[in-house]
Design a protein around this ligand. Structure first.
Ligand code: ADP
Length: 386
């Protein structure tokens, strides 16, 4: 589409009404677009913000097709959607971006890893098992070594459904499901690149970022942009993300999570065809945010500039361990008016341990100052219940 011909006529629907949907709406509101949202919860961040909020289960075939049929273009901000319903919508001539084919690969960690291997993208070795019994039988025959990583093939998120197995004792705790067992990667850093591609084939990557995890919850605590890596590694990581986008015939956004090893090798961990937590810094740091770029790419508009000066660090605000109930944000007033500090609260009324409730981005001239400030913010802002 040419921006000169930009109209508000296209009916766009987004499946999923969480914080990612909310930040997509923040962007489309600026363009005068009104998006419909499908989400099962009337407490979801998008519920009060969308002019057409539809309450419904996105794993239900009829709900997804009924929602989709009323639109010209469907996109999504979550991955666990009824894929047959998306296929049916495409058959009826409704555009679904990124394509259901991509989502089908991503929904299943076995298909995803097989795709990486088949197309020669570097990733750790893995074996697929149909059940816990099959895995344990194979283990008894000494086909596997500790440590290794157990992953449920489907419906895992934010580290739930992933477990590092260190000894026999860890096997008893595993649930029975299809799984992959991966080689443990002794990585030095976890990196991410977000790349966008539109129908014209224009391709643009954000700079490689570094994700720092909380050692207890195993959730991302800080996202640092740019990553503290060599320019060679940055370029390699960006190239890998662009190659993946091309191989997948992507239209939309793709987040590519990677491991950097001691000897400078990059291994792809997993990919997500949607805006991603590792790209939130771009709202305040970059001329084009990941949410704007997502809209640009699915609407076939020109892709925007993604580089930024200085250092941006995104801090996830998650519910405190013992807090369950109506949320209060402690000490927000202390940072609210600080220069270079940008607060984003998701509007979720109820907090739970480790639930993502908001984020803060700090932007400074250099990494050292930004990191110091980010650590302080993490220490003083507490997401609690009352
Ligand atoms: P999810 O889909 O739940 O986010 P991931 O595959 O990203 O699951 O795994 C969650 C975390 O577990 C990763 O961010 C990383 O810290 C760790 N991890 C995953 N796979 C491996 C591996 N092969 N070797 C070492 N650590 C891993």
């Amino acid at each position: 589409m040419d921006l000169k011909l930009y109209t508000l006529d296209r009916k766009i629907g987004i499946i999923g009404g969480g914080q990612l949907g909310k930040m997509i709406l923040d962007e489309t509101n600026k363009m005068g677009l009104s998006l419909s949202i499908l989400d099962p919860s009337s407490e979801s961040p998008c519920c009060k913000l969308s002019s057409n909020f539809v309450k419904g289960d996105f794993n239900d075939y009829d709900t997804v097709t009924n929602f989709g049929e009323k639109h010209d273009l469907i996109s999504y901000e979550i991955e666990h959607i009824n894929i047959d319903a998306l296929d049916a919508l495409v058959k009826k001539g409704i555009e679904v971006q990124p394509s259901p084919e991509i989502l089908r690969i991503i929904q299943d960690k076995n298909l995803q890893k097989t795709f990486f291997k088949k197309n020669n993208f570097p990733t750790s070795n893995f074996t697929f098992f149909k059940s816990k019994k099959e895995f344990i039988n194979s283990f008894k025959k000494k086909n596997l070594d500790f440590p290794c990583v157990w992953k449920k093939t489907r419906y895992g998120y934010d580290g739930f459904g992933v477990k590092v197995l260190k000894s026999m004792n860890d096997l008893s705790e595993l649930i029975d499901s299809e799984m992959i067992i991966e080689d443990f990667v002794p990585f030095t850093k976890e990196l991410s690149v977000i790349v966008a591609m539109n129908k014209n084939g224009d391709l643009k990557a954000f700079e490689t970022v570094e994700m720092e995890f909380n050692s207890n919850s195993n959730q991302v605590e800080f996202v640092i942009s740019p990553a503290n890596i060599s320019e060679k590694t940055n370029l390699n990581a960006k190239k890998m993300a662009c190659d993946l986008a091309k191989k997948l015939n992507l239209v939309g956004l793709l987040a590519v999570e990677m491991f950097l090893t001691n000897d400078g090798e990059i291994l792809i961990n997993e990919i997500a065809p949607r805006p991603h937590n590792s790209g939130h810094f771009s709202i305040d740091a970059c001329p084009t945010s990941q949410f704007k770029q997502h809209i640009n790419s699915i609407m076939n508009l020109n892709l925007g500039e993604t580089s930024h000066k200085g250092c941006a660090i995104m801090i996830n605000l998650v519910g405190e361990k013992s807090s369950n109930g109506r949320v209060k944000y402690e000490n927000i007033d202390l940072i609210r008016n600080q220069k270079g500090v940008f607060i984003h609260l998701y509007g979720k009324k109820i907090t739970r341990p480790n639930r993502k409730m908001g984020h803060v981005t700090v932007i400074c001239d250099n990494f050292t100052t930004a990191y110091k400030k980010a650590k302080k913010i993490k220490d003083i802002i507490k997401v609690k219940s009352y």
